[in-house]
Design a protein around this ligand. Structure first.
Ligand code: TRP
Length: 441
């Protein structure tokens, strides 16, 4: 079996974690929810909920050496047969992939627009975005196809020559672009405003709702609940302190989110724009600001979109790998065929999701007031992922005997670290995640 190298493993899991989710929403959450106070809450949520579930997936993956579906089957005790269906979580990966790649396609379009010029008025920027998203179906389908084809190509090459290599190249480049943008930002007057926006603590803003938001964000951002970490852990290097790997990935992810925040808000404050989140931020506010900066803005816009695309592609490829590895191992399929099936399903879903966002088709593809795009986002992030998280906590914390779990730690998780982690996955993590789910309904 080909295994990741140590750097390959850390960068590939970090590549999966660091993506559009974190870079888009983290800065905004920080700014709106008490600055540094939120950062502190987030760090705790990240370490307690994120890293502990991350370690559960790692333990399962390492101990079984099999795909997610077979893993949950092989650990299920006879009298609790239903536990073997835990592998269904791999489906979430396909669903997330289908809308995630649509967004990546939009980013490719904007990357090209950034070279050829963008509107310099708010009116123009809004119109451009509205027109593109609602009526330029062919362009959107083309870019979706390009992104999906790139992912398919990488996945076809397998874990070592595809996923690992991609991450070994793109992740340092991503870091490089981010650091470049950070240095540029520090030279701007508004950097200090951005810094204050992110770091001035306002503890009065910390409510239970904010804590819950932080848990949800920690969970989504670490790519938990799909079996990605589990599947990557199948091919983890045989030796090496994997608990340390988990902490490293979490720190890397955190670091990227912070830089993204500092950079994004420096631009926002330099031009007196409103700090908003997600789509409005990336496709309207920032392009408008870049367009008003002249040539340097063009370069920065281009680099910014390239960075987002890189961050997104390294996440996207990871989403389909759990299903691929199941199809390969269970049905003896060639990687190429397994990959063809999962990519094709995801692409077809992607097209429907894309159409649900356009003027012509939105009416037919809207159900109970939400179009399919929004449904996919909602069902996966608010329901399927956290549910899988609780499932894994209960499975490992309550169903498997403690000695067995201890043995799965292979001596890397022991003493008070083991005891602390074990308490967290038995009580704190499942309760916290359940609360998050209830609040999101
Ligand atoms: N962590 C990714 C991001 O922040 C998105 C993501 C959520 C993800 N769940 C996942 C990626 C599961 C892969 C697998 O953008």
């Amino acid at each position: 079996m080909t295994r990741f190298s140590k750097a390959g493993f850390v960068l590939s899991t970090a590549g999966s974690a660091i993506g559009l989710g974190g870079i888009w929403s983290f800065p905004y959450l920080v700014g709106q929810n008490g600055g540094f106070a939120f950062v502190l809450v987030f760090v705790v949520a990240f370490l307690v909920f994120g890293v502990s579930v991350f370690i559960i997936e790692m333990l399962f993956g390492r101990a079984s050496g099999q795909n997610a579906v077979s893993t949950f089957e092989s650990f299920a005790p006879k009298h609790l047969g239903f536990l073997k269906y835990g592998g269904f979580m791999v489906i979430s990966g396909v669903l997330i992939f289908s809308f995630y790649t649509v967004v990546l396609g939009w980013l490719v379009h904007y990357m090209f627009l950034s070279i050829f010029g963008m509107p310099t008025t708010l009116e123009g920027a809004k119109n451009l975005w509205g027109n593109f998203a609602s009526s330029q179906i062919l362009w959107q389908m083309l870019w979706l196809f390009v992104i999906v084809a790139i992912c398919a190509y990488i996945l076809n090459r397998g874990v070592k020559a595809g996923i690992e290599k991609l991450n070994l190249i793109l992740m340092p480049m991503l870091l490089f672009i981010f650091l470049g943008l950070l240095v540029y930002s520090t030279l701007q007057d508004a950097f200090w405003d951005s810094f204050k926006f992110l770091f001035q603590p306002d503890f009065s803003k910390i409510t239970s709702e904010v804590v819950i938001k932080a848990i949800g964000q920690a969970f989504f951002s670490l790519s938990l609940g799909v079996g990605v970490i589990l599947t990557y852990s199948n091919s983890m290097p045989k030796h090496g302190n994997f608990v340390r790997f988990a902490v490293m990935v979490a720190l890397l992810n955190f670091f990227f989110c912070l830089i993204a925040g500092l950079v994004i808000f420096t631009f926002i404050f330099s031009y007196g724009a409103e700090p908003t989140e997600g789509v409005g931020l990336v496709f309207v506010s920032l392009p408008l600001i870049f367009a008003n900066m002249g040539v340097s803005g063009q370069v920065i816009a281009f680099l910014f979109f390239v960075a987002l695309i890189f961050a997104g592609i390294t996440s996207a490829v990871s989403m389909l790998e759990p299903l691929n590895s199941y199809l390969i191992e269970r049905y003896g399929m060639k990687r190429r065929n397994a990959n063809f099936i999962s990519v094709l399903c995801a692409y077809l879903l992607g097209v429907v999701v894309l159409l649900s966002n356009t003027a012509v088709f939105s009416e037919d593809l809207t159900f109970f007031g939400k179009n399919l795009f929004d449904w996919f986002v909602y069902i996966t992030s608010s329901f399927m992922l956290p549910f899988a998280g609780v499932f894994m906590c209960i499975y490992m914390g309550w169903i498997l005997p403690k000695e067995r779990v201890y043995a799965m730690g292979e001596g890397y998780l022991k003493g008070i670290y083991f005891e602390g982690w074990y308490k967290v996955i038995r009580y704190i993590a499942p309760l916290g995640i359940l609360l998050t789910m209830v609040s999101l309904i």
